[in-house]
Design a protein around this ligand. Sequence first.
Ligand code: GRF
Length: 187
Amino acid sequence: MMKRKAAVFASGTGSNFSAIMEAGSLGCDIVLLFSDNPSAKVLQKAEGFSVSSQAFSPKSFVNKEAYEKEILRLLQEHDIEWIFLAGYMRLIGSVLLEKYEGRIVNIHPSYLPQFPGKDAIDQAIEAGANETGVTIHYVDAGMDTGPIIRQEKIAINKEDTKATLAERIHKLEHQMYPEVIRQLMKK
Ligand code: GRF
C-alpha cells in the first residue's frame, strides 16, 4: 500500500523537522519541506535528508490568498494529505484551511492555552511561571488555538535561563512530534 504523503512547514532552524526525519517509520512519507523564508536553515537540512523543498515569501504575492494558492498548488502537485507545522511562523489562512483543516498539526512550546504566540519560552520565564510545556494541536484560524492532541508539562527551575529551559523543551518536542505523527497515521 502507498503511504500517505505529508509536508513539513518551517520558517527557521528546523530541529523538529530533523527529529521527524530521523524518527524512523511514521506511517507517512515526508515528501516536501516548505518554508516562507528562503534563507531558513531548515532548507539545508531538507537537502541533507534528500527531501524536496520549496521556499517563497508571502511578500512576493499580492496578498495572503495568492500566497496560499501557490502553496496549495505545490501541495497538490506532491499529493500531500497532511501538513505538520514545525516552527512555521505564520497563521494558516482560509485557502489552506478550507482544503486541509483537520489535517494540519502544529507544535507549540508551552502548555496551551498558556503563553500562545511568539516567544512562548520567554513569556513563561518572564511571567515567573513554575511550569510550562509542549502542546501539539490541530490548526484552526486562531493563533495556537485549535483542538489539543497531546500536551506535556515541564517544570521551570529557579536557575533556568531561556537557554536551559529551551533545551529541555526542544528535547521533549523532538520526542513528542514523531510519536504524535505515528499515532495520527494509525487512524
Ligand atoms: C519550536 O519550539 C516549536 O515549538 C515552535 O517553533 C520552534 C521551532 O524550532 N513552534 P525548530 O525550527 O524546529 O528548531
